[in-house]
Design a protein around this ligand. Sequence first.
Ligand SMILES: [Fe+2]
Ligand SMILES: [Fe+2]
Length: 256
Amino acid sequence: MRILALGDIVGLETVEFLRNNLWNFRKDNKIDFVIANGENVNDIFGLGLDEAKILLDCGIDVITTGNHVWGRRDIYDFLDSTENVIRPVNYPSGAPGSGYTIVNADGFKILCINVLGTVFMDSLTSPFDAVDTVLVREKGNYDIALLDVHAEATSEKLAMGYHFDGRITAVFGTHTHVQTADERVLPAGSGYITDLGMTGPKDGILGVDKDTVLYRFLTKMPKRYTVAQGNIEAQGAIFDIEPFAKKTLSVKRVKF
Ligand SMILES: [Fe+2]
Ligand SMILES: [Fe+2]
């Protein structure tokens, strides 16, 4: 089984790019399942309801999110009703939506989990404990598991990789918007990459208009972020998985 994971999708132009390109990429590369982080789709902050539905129509099976998940209120009810968009599992139980989902693909049940790191981020409950709890609760209900660790610190993401090595089939990081070159299969068979990168405009700064970011750095004055324009690129990784053994055979970084 071949799974494509895409880094944070930034901006509406990128939604259009995926609508035009993702199905072809899926077909050309024989991808069985696509998971993508959608926390920055609408003006960097959040995922709107209409855009979530378009992304689910254009070849993404499950959308994960992150610290910007609450940016758009119109997604809240959808988070409660859909099985295809999840928010970090370690938010308090009173928050809308679920931190994981189990969906069918290619005859297998795929458990997808999203978790937020706590180093240099909001002080949520332990991401390690939160994901462990899901694995215990859903034991026997899934064939393979995927984990999006939405976190700032490379150390925390790699620690998650080792902690869940052999128990989660693929562990990948998101949030920094910069693709790392450390893709590998960990000793017990989990596929791993510290950050998938960004699916968005390459010429900005992490997807934001570069002049806006420069103004903020150079003046320390506030200025509203706007999405950079043009030159869209999708970044992520392809995990080749042996679903019966629940192991990753290889991980390959991709850009298109
Ligand atoms: Fe992001
Ligand atoms: Fe983020």
